[in-house]
Design a binder for this molecule. Structure first.
Ligand code: HEM
Length: 579
């Protein structure tokens, strides 16, 4: 007799043995499944415990970070928080610049606002503090990179971390310097030439929409810079411009989603526009690479002859640009690196077109608006242009360099209407400790309200709201180097007669921030100031810009420094000069 696993006994014979074998197999499989069940239960329990511990650790971390942020933020001045969710509701009801204007007035140069329970915004308005922050905080908020990433893929020029953009920034700056040095004048002259053709088409009842023409001039200027001759003969340029503007309209909206909105049809429509733009970018880049002789000698000679034969005049001499030199130094060489897996092919190029077009269009619109409502300044610039031409026709750069009133007009226009209302910075990893002892916690969105800084009467004088390019000029005394300061404070230099002026270049002054400052300042600043100056020199040589009579009354800009200074988009008229 032997016992079964359940305790019963079976006789020792063949059948018995078979039955015993069978029962022991059953018994083993029961045991196995019990062991398996125990194992699974233990594993699941271990996993659950691990998850609970991990989630608790994350939560504790968050709570500690929250308390740390709150305790540090408590020391910063600012309006009391209306709810756990911060000031978001107040901000959505009011313009942020207006809110900051009132808050700075009440709380001083540093003000905090809560955008959410974990998102702190600190605004700084005092020049010394601004300088320190813009030099110390080199990162930007991740949202900045998201606008470009959503539209054009991963980019190494417009990303939030400074580490990622450092190299490409330097490379772009070098390329733009080369362009400024070699062909600063030929680009705008051609841009004007090609744009004016379009300007005629855009004319409705002899007047033209200021924003539309500015957008077109900016697009042509940037296109000519990046793609050379290939751009001027490109049949798809108009579609490219339209696509770029359609994307620009929605870019911030889609980037504001924390989770990519795959479920929205409109999002896919937007993505299709971005893909189309990429295909067109590829097309023009290939054309550019094939031609690879932007502004060749041949073209400039033809253009020169053409203009001479029509009796017109170009503002400046057109330099030749040897093809071999351009082939080796092609604009995209190194800038759009296809071998880099962290970059979308053509992403940087689309990013530069996007940012460059929007900001430059806003600057051109502002200048057109100011010039059309200040005909006396326009005429003075025109006589400045005539004397510059008499002086050094051969030296391209010197011509705009010798036009201080034109340059001052550009600086004054961008002071009154900067491309964006805020500069933003962020120190992603470390707290920012300022010399004054103020600590701004890591991850805080630090903003500089550019409009408020550039409209501050303590830096710019009592006439801060007026368009007065003379604030950037000093009177040159008897041709000597001695200059009389009539600048920043905005004294009326124009009252000092028709004597020659020298420009007090505001670049690098912390009260003048349209192109930012510090490690993340705009790479295109020098290039675009020179480009736009040459563009206007060419434009004013051929046309007088006038405000259409019925839009005169409605075109006054607000004089309230906190008010959002958007241009009224007046209708302007280009009147051909008799030359
Ligand atoms: C009137 C025209 C322009 C204006 C007003 C303008 C303004 C600005 C501003 C305010 C910034 C941010 C600076 C900061 O945060 O300190 C910026 C960044 C930048 N700009 Fe411009 N910009 C203009 C044209 C251009 C052009 C034509 C290019 C290139 C061809 C360019 C390239 C860049 C780049 C690459 C950055 C990113 C810098 C970074 O994030 O590190 N900009 N620009």
């Amino acid at each position: 007799m032997s016992s079964k696993c359940d305790g019963t006994t079976t006789p020792v014979n063949v059948i018995g043995i078979l039955l015993r074998l069978e029962s022991s197999r059953n018994c083993n499989s029961d045991q196995n499944s019990r062991i398996l069940r125990d194992f699974v239960t233990r594993e699941v329990n271990a996993f659950l415990w691990f998850s609970v511990i991990a989630i608790t650790a994350v939560l504790i971390n968050k709570v500690v970070a929250l308390f740390r942020l709150w305790s540090k933020a408590k020391l910063l001045p600012g309006p009391p928080c209306p709810s756990f969710y911060g000031h978001s509701e107040v901000i959505s009801r009011r313009n942020l610049t207006d809110l900051l204007y009132d808050s700075h007035k009440k709380y001083g140069p540093v003000v905090k606002l809560w955008l959410g329970p974990m998102q702190l915004l600190v605004s700084v308005k005092e020049p010394a503090l601004i300088k320190e922050i813009l030099l110390k905080a080199e990162d930007k908020l991740p949202l900045t990179g998201r606008v470009f990433r959503f539209a054009f893929g991963r980019s190494s020029l417009f990303a939030s971390s400074f580490e990622k953009v450092q190299n490409r920034r330097q490379l772009l700056a070098e390329k733009l310097d080369q362009i400024s040095f070699r062909r600063a004048n030929v680009i705008p002259a051609k841009a004007v030439d090609s744009s004016v053709g379009r300007v005629q088409d855009l004319m409705i009842e002899e007047s033209i929409d200021c924003n539309k023409v500015s957008q077109h001039l900016a697009f042509t200027l940037l296109g000519c810079t990046l793609f050379g001759d290939a751009f001027l003969g490109w049949s798809k340029a108009t579609i490219y411009e339209e696509l770029l503007m359609m994307i620009a309209k929605d870019a911030s909206f889609w980037a504001s989603y924390k989770v990519t909105p795959f479920w929205k049809q409109e999002f896919w429509r937007y993505q299709r526009l971005c893909v189309k733009l990429k295909c067109l970018t590829q097309d023009i880049v290939q054309k550019y690479r094939k031609s690879c002789k932007p502004f060749s000698h041949c073209y400039s000679q033809n253009l020169h002859n053409e203009i001479k034969s029509t009796g017109g005049e170009v503002a400046f001499d057109i330099p030749s640009c040897p093809a071999a030199e351009m082939r080796n130094n092609g604009f995209f060489y190194g800038l759009d690196d296809h071998a880099n897996p962290n970059e979308e092919p053509y992403g940087n190029i689309m990013g530069v077109m996007f940012h460059g077009c929007l900001t430059t269009a806003s600057l051109i619109a502002s200048i057109l608006e100011r010039l059309s409502s200040n005909p006396e300044i326009q005429e003075k610039i025109n006589s400045e242009l005539n004397s510059a031409r008499k002086g050094s026709v051969k030296d391209n750069q010197k011509n705009v360099d010798n036009m201080p009133l034109l340059l001052a007009t550009i600086y004054e226009s961008v002071r009154l209407l900067p491309a964006g209302p805020l500069l933003q910075r962020c120190s992603l990893k470390q707290d920012l400790v300022l010399k004054t002892g103020i600590t701004i916690p890591a991850g805080t969105l630090v903003v500089v309200p550019v409009k408020l800084v550039q409209m501050d009467n303590t830096s710019w004088g009592s006439n801060v709201n007026e368009f007065n390019p003379y604030r950037f000029l000093s009177k040159a005394c008897n041709g000597t180097d001695t200059t009389q300061q009539a600048s920043l404070a905005g004294e009326n230099a124009e009252d000092q007669g028709e004597s020659s002026f020298v420009l007090n270049d505001p670049t690098g002054k912390i009260e003048f921030l349209p192109f930012g400052f510090g490690a993340r300042a705009c790479v295109g600043q020098k290039f675009i100031i020179q480009g736009v100056a040459t563009l206007f020199a060419s434009l004013l040589a051929n046309y007088e810009i006038k405000l259409q009579s019925e839009s005169k009354n409605g075109s006054k800009l607000s004089t309230n420094p906190s008010a959002s200074q958007t241009l009224p988009n007046s209708k302007i008229v280009f009147v051909k000069r008799n030359i």
